[in-house]
Design a binder for this molecule. Structure first.
Ligand code: SF4
Ligand code: SF4
Length: 531
């Protein structure tokens, strides 16, 4: 290899006859269109993958090379954090007292509750879940507008599990070249054994993944015990079987084809990216015309910084050649940056031939402007708007969560009959009350009548007519909704119009209260003409 100082040269515009990459015209929409129409870029291996023939073209196995660098280390960190969160969360205990489950995160379908540490969401509070989903959607818009497909490159489950499976490949079959050789080798006993061992590990990971999922829906230790003793609900076994199968197939074999063919997100993202979005980009004005070190040494002025080593392609987990411009297969993981920076260091040229940059920054750099720090691309109105909306919804949800009442009352009057005329001329109405206690302890609650004339009294199934009064006390169990039959009676001669008397049931528990309006039905008034 030539000495670094011999090869160092300033950056310069492309040679006039240099090939033009997809985004060279600086028309972002056209570049994406071209990228879509030409993707996927052929994978580095011409081996047909386990997929055999795929829906659109033959599946090709990507044997990506191991690389180290800041982006790879960041990817390791995200992978470790997300996997630990996913597998460990159901096992975290959280003391909510004797009347609620002690699992920190639990979707309790049987009792229609969602628990997340100190937060408990009831079915009638589904707007919290809807709000979180909206926040997640806007968060994705925000991240995409800021740093392109960073979600795809680092945190998407498909990416994380594919990465994990690719490391399993590396463990059993070696790095890229060894894996390519093994793929081409005949099916000997040694190859078969190795493949079976590798697929067994795939299966174990997939099973563990499916198994972890069901733990979010029941008490994890109890469900684990039941599962292995054959006494769990059949739905649990079916769910684990389905998730094991899909993880095994999508992570172990489909891999980047999920991103290219199945996932709608890359298509949506093309509408969100513009020339100010940070993306992983090859600086063609600096790299072209490509040429080996040998050629460049002979004619330095004719060649750019790219030595055409294809390291950026070899490390790419989706088999993309980023030098051909933006492509739908590029998940913006940055591994090609690590690879190229390493190459540039070895040949003594400045880093950043492939880098996170906006097309606008690239244009400026190509025109001779000094390089702009990538973070400056984050300071633009669109991101502030997205962030403002996202944070506003988050703040509203937090406010609603902090100020919500833990009591709730609903009332349904009996319709048939709407009233009972008693012997002494008094009128009785019956109601079904639902008293909700959203705290993890039983609470004494008072139900009171408001807005009815003097003499109105109430009793319930548990309180006899002799003890009827304008207010009654009820003990509602912890975390429960108590259904109460209440009877309200007005003395004879109470005036009311034909629509009945509007009044309120008020539910009070310590310093909280809730109310529900309803009406008291009475017999229609009789007039002399009626007689
Ligand atoms: S790693 Fe860098 S130098 Fe090598 S081919 Fe890719 S862009 Fe060119
Ligand atoms: S081209 Fe680079 S950033 Fe895109 S997926 Fe491949 S390695 Fe990742």
């Amino acid at each position: 290899m030539a000495q670094a100082d011999e090869l160092e040269r300033p950056a310069r515009p492309p040679a006039p006859d240099a090939p033009q990459p997809a985004h060279a015209g600086r028309d972002w929409a056209a570049a994406l269109e071209t990228a879509e129409s030409t993707t996927p870029t052929p994978a580095p291996s011409d081996e047909v993958g386990f997929m055999g023939s795929a829906l659109y073209e033959k599946g090709k196995t990507v044997h990506n090379k191991r690389i180290d660098g800041p982006f790879r280390r960041f990817k390791w960190a995200v992978m470790a954090i997300t996997l630990v969160i996913y597998y460990a969360t159901p096992w975290i205990r959280w003391d909510r007292g004797a009347y609620a489950p002690d699992q920190a995160v639990l979707v309790d379908l049987a009792n229609r509750r969602f628990y997340m540490f100190d937060i408990e969401i009831w079915p009638h509070e589904f707007y919290f879940v809807a709000g979180l989903l909206i926040m997640a959607g806007i968060g994705l818009f925000l991240v995409t507008s800021a740093v392109g497909r960073a979600w795809c490159g680092y945190a998407c489950p498909q990416t994380v599990w594919t990465d994990l499976f690719q490391h399993v490949d590396r463990f059993f079959d070696g790095d890229r070249n060894a894996r390519m050789r093994l793929d081409k080798a005949p099916w000997t006993l040694a190859k078969t054994t190795r493949r079976l061992a590798k697929w067994a590990v795939y299966l174990a990971i997939a099973f563990w993944t499916g198994g972890a999922w069901i733990m979010y829906f029941a008490d994890a230790p109890t469900l684990t015990w039941d599962f292995w003793h054959g006494t769990a609900d059949p739905v649990a076994y079916a769910t684990v079987a389905i998730l094991t199968g899909t993880t095994f197939w999508l992570g172990g074999f489909m891999r980047e084809q999920v991103c290219v063919y199945m996932c709608p997100w890359p298509r949506i993202q093309t509408a969100m990216l513009d020339e100010k979005s940070l993306i992983v980009t090859y600086k063609d004005w600096r790299g072209e015309q490509r040429g080996s070190l040998k050629k460049a040494a002979k004619n330095p002025d004719a060649y750019g910084d790219c030595i055409d080593c294809a390291m950026c392609v070899a490390v790419c987990p989706t088999g993309v050649d980023i030098r051909e411009g933006q492509q739908i297969g590029c998940i913006t993981c940055g591994l090609c940056i690590d690879a190229c920076d390493r190459v540039m260091k070895e040949v003594g040229r400045p880093r950043g031939l492939i880098d996170y940059a906006t097309l606008e920054q690239c244009d400026a750099e190509a025109a001779g402007a000094p390089a702009t720090p990538a973070w400056k691309a984050l300071l633009r109105p669109r991101l502030f708007v997205y962030f403002g909306v996202w944070a506003g919804i988050g703040a509203a949800l937090l406010f609603a969560l902090g100020t919500r009442s833990h009591t709730d009352l609903t009332v349904a009057p009996d319709r048939n009959p709407p009233f009972m005329l008693l012997k002494d001329g008094s009128v009785r109405n019956a109601y079904t009350l639902r008293l909700r206690n959203m705290e993890a302890r039983p609470r004494e609650m008072e139900v009171a009548l408001e807005g009815l004339p003097k003499g109105a009294v109430m009793w319930t199934d548990a309180v006899s007519l002799e003890n009827a009064a304008p207010r009654q006390t009820v003990t509602v169990p912890a975390n429960a909704t108590q259904v109460l039959r209440a009877y309200v009676m007005l003395p004879p001669g109470t005036e009311a119009d034909d629509d009945g008397l509007a009044f309120t049931f008020r539910l009070t528990a310590q310093d909280e209260s809730d109310s529900a309006q309803t009406t008291f039905a009475q017999p229609a008034k009789t007039t002399p003409e009626d007689d």
